[in-house]
Design a protein around this ligand. Structure first.
Ligand code: NDP
Ligand code: 8X3
Length: 252
C-alpha cells in the first residue's frame, strides 16, 4: 500500500479524479465533501480499495474536527492531504459583489483549507512525515477583472502554501501548491449559480484541461521519492497563455 490520502472535495471534478488516480496508485483513501451520496457511489466504484467517506462542510471548524477525529484506526495515519475543496461564487465587479459570495469563498477556500490542515497536522507532526498539496489557481497569481475575491482567496492559498512549507520543514512535511488554469468541471456551474449555458461558454472554442489531467500531476507529485518536493506547479490548457488570454476558435 502506498499510504493513506485524504482528499477534500472528492464528490466532483479535480478531487474526484484525484481519488480515482490515487486509488489506482495503491493509496487507501479518505474522501470528503458535502454530498454524501456521491462519495458513497465513488467508494463503491473504487472497491476493493479501502475508502472511508466523511461528510462535512469545510467552513464548519467543529464539524471538520469531529469528522477527522472520528476516523477509524486504519485510516488515521494520513500520509497525504489534498486540500482541494473550494469554488468560486459569482463573478462581478467589486462594487456589485455580494458579500454572501465573498464569505463563501473566503470561508471555504481559505479558512476551510486551514481547518482541515489543523485537524490533520497533529498526526503528521507526531509521525514526522507527510505531504500536503494545496489546490491554488492561476487566479492566485494573476488577478483578472471581476475575479476580485476569488483571486484573493487563491492568493491566500499561495501565501499559506509557502508559509506552511517554512513552518513544517522541521517535521519533514512536504508542502506543495498546484495552480491549474481552466479545467472543465462543475466549477463554472457553481460560480454562475446553476446557469449551465453560461458555464458551458467558459469551456467552448478550445480544449480545456480535464480533471484527470490535474489528477495525473498530483499522482506524479505524491509518488516521488521522499527527498523530492515538487513545490509549485502552474498547469494550463495548451490554448491558455494567461488568466485572460485563451486562443478560442469560433463556435458554430
Ligand atoms: P467542482 O465544483 O467540480 O468541485 C468542487 C469540490 O469542492 C466539490 O467536491 C465540492 O463538494 C467541494 N466543496 C466546495 N465547497 C465545499 C465546502 N464548503 N465544504 C466541503 N466541500 C466543498 O470544482 P473543481 O473540481 O474545478 O474545483 C476543485 C478545486 O480546484 C477548487 O479549489 C477550485 O478553486 C480549484 N480550481 C479549479 C479550476 C477550474 O478551472 N475548474 C482552476 C483552478 C483551480 P460538495 O459540493 O459535495 O461539498
Ligand atoms: C479557476 C480558474 O480562471 O476561472 O481557478 O479563475 S479561473
Amino acid at each position: 500500500m502506498a499510504g493513506i490520502a485524504l482528499i477534500t472535495g472528492a464528490s466532483s471534478g479535480i478531487g474526484r479524479a484525484t481519488a480515482v488516480a490515487l486509488a489506482r496508485a495503491g493509496f487507501s483513501l479518505v474522501i470528503t465533501g458535502r454530498r454524501q451520496e456521491r462519495l458513497a457511489a465513488l467508494a463503491a466504484e473504487l472497491a476493493p480499495v479501502p475508502v472511508h467517506t466523511l461528510t462535512f462542510d469545510v467552513r464548519d471548524q467543529a464539524a471538520v474536527e469531529a469528522a477527522i477525529g472520528s476516523l477509524p484506526e486504519e485510516f488515521q495515519a494520513i500520509d497525504v492531504l489534498i486540500n482541494n475543496a473550494g469554488n468560486a461564487h459569482g463573478q462581478a465587479p467589486i462594487e456589485k459583489g455580494d458579500p454572501k459570495d465573498w464569505d463563501r469563498m473566503m470561508d471555504g477556500n481559505v479558512k476551510g483549507l486551514l481547518y482541515v490542515t489543523h485537524a490533520v497536522l497533529p498526526g503528521m507532526t507526531a509521525r514526522q512525515r507527510g505531504h500536503i498539496i494545496n489546490i491554488g489557481s492561476i487566479a492566485g497569481h494573476e488577478v483578472y477583472a471581476n475575479g476580485n475575491v476569488y483571486c484573493a482567496s487563491k492568493a491566500a492559498v499561495a501565501a499559506l502554501s509557502k508559509a506552511m512549507r517554512l513552518d513544517l520543514l522541521p517535521y519533514n512535511i512536504r508542502v506543495a501548491e498546484v495552480n491549474p488554469g481552466l479545467v472543465a468541471t462543475e466549477f463554472s456551474e457553481v460560480r454562475f449559480k446553476g446557469d449551465t449555458s453560461r458555464a458551458a461558454t467558459v469551456y467552448q472554442g478550445y480544449e480545456p484541461l480535464r480533471a484527470e489531467d490535474i489528477a495525473d500531476l498530483i499522482q506524479f507529485m505524491v509518488t516521488r521519492p521522499a527527498h523530492v518536493n515538487i513545490a509549485e506547479v502552474l498547469i494550463l490548457p495548451a490554448a491558455q497563455a494567461s488568466a485572460t488570454l485563451v486562443k478560442k476558435e469560433p463556435v458554430s
